[in-house]
Design a binder for this molecule. Structure first.
Ligand SMILES: [Zn+2]
Length: 370
């Protein structure tokens, strides 16, 4: 359930307190723990004005905050609830009765570390220069939601498969690594007679030679990326088994562009560097890159020109950044891999535990060649 939501009237993201204060002529709202007294006129207005930040439905209701009985301090902020007609199918808020913000939504107003502080300055500068706006940030979220809703597939993969396949991937890669016999050589008793012959490594090479199809899949689909994501893919499968989910691969081009821009900005801003995946560490920066590309119709050259202007701008009004951005590519690689794995042929999906297969190969080799 969202703490903040978009007001069509005010053209910006507001929490319950800010909204009520605006509607009340900017007077402070006295009791956030008891909103029952708010008149029907205001309630009906809120129901048509306020949109869910995830799926843009209207019909918002207010839920009072809660205060500590001992101290009277607010322990839960008031929030918005959307029950009629209710959230859309792919809304990030639809499964949750809690008021936790989904991980893909980025509060650009946050400044709790050096990265969020710098991104906030960039966002505020960009807003002050008219390059982005709260409305455009909201429009991007809607664009993403509609894209999501327009492409889906059902999850029906064995949740252990990503872990099994990762083990196969490692074993097959080892089978063509340094120290193995060349792929063209056929093993014979004379060769295996070498002192300290490595039967285990030879078993890996045989595995590689016997599984050319799988080896091709690993290269073509970049399945070695399972190294970073197999656990995540498994947990996504467990949560979403037999349900319809968004197909993220429709956003492949946008993802590539966002990552390219993020890598450039990451270097420019001297953020801590993650050799392979800077995008995994700096979600607020990914969200900023995505919105900069979105307002430039995904033209990266123009986005870079805009960034140059933003970088020269000084001392922006920091309250402008109180807006909810979106990292549309949160866990993108895990979702991409899930989609790819599910489209693999059934015989690959049914592979056994690779360590057992390696043991069988090794036993067979020793029987034949020693
Ligand atoms: Zn929603």
């Amino acid at each position: 359930m969202p703490l903040t939501a978009y007001s069509t009237l005010y053209g910006k993201e507001l929490d319950v307190e800010q909204l009520l204060s605006h509607l009340n002529g900017d007077k402070e709202v006295r009791d956030l723990t008891n909103l029952a007294g708010i008149n029907d006129h205001i309630r009906s207005f809120i129901a048509v004005d306020i949109q869910c930040p995830g799926c843009f439905v209207t019909g918002a209701e207010l839920v009072s905050g809660a205060a500590s009985k001992k101290t009277g301090a607010l322990i839960r902020q008031p929030y918005f609830r959307f029950t009629t007609p209710g959230h859309g199918k792919f809304c990030d808020f639809s499964n949750s009765e809690t008021i936790k913000t989904p991980e893909n939504l980025i509060d650009f107003g946050k400044a709790n570390n050096s990265i969020t502080r710098q991104v906030r300055v960039l966002v505020c500068s960009a807003i002050e220069l008219g390059i982005i706006s709260q409305v455009k940030i909201r429009d991007m979220r809607e664009w993403f939601y509609k894209t999501k809703a327009g492409s889906s597939f059902e999850v029906n993969l064995d949740a252990d498969f990503p872990i099994r396949l990762l083990a196969w991937t490692r074993a097959i890669l080892k089978g063509s690594s340094i120290g193995t016999l060349p792929a063209s050589v056929e093993l014979s008793k004379d060769i295996a007679a070498a002192k300290g012959f490595d039967w285990k490594l030879e078993a890996h090479r045989q595995l590689y030679l016997l599984n050319a199809d799988l080896s091709e899949c690993i290269q073509g689909l970049k399945l070695w990326q399972l190294h970073d994501h197999a656990e995540k893919v498994s947990s996504i499968i467990k949560v979403h088994q037999k349900t319809e989910v968004f197909d993220p691969t429709v956003l492949k081009n946008e993802y590539q562009l966002t990552i390219e821009l993020t890598r450039y900005l990451n270097h420019y801003l001297k953020f801590p560097h993650n050799h392979h995946f800077p995008e995994l560490r700096h979600s607020p920066l990914v969200a900023f890159s995505a919105v900069l590309l979105y307002v430039n119709d995904w033209n990266i050259t123009n986005a870079l020109k805009d960034f140059a202007k933003i970088s020269l701008h000084k001392d922006p009004d920091l309250t402008l950044g109180n807006v909810m951005g979106l990292n549309p590519f949160h866990e993108y690689q895990a979702w991409r891999l899930l989609k790819e794995l599910q489209s693999l042929p059934e015989e690959i999906q049914n592979i056994e535990d690779v360590s057992q297969v390696l043991d069988q190969i090794e036993t067979g080799l020793k029987t034949s060649f020693s």
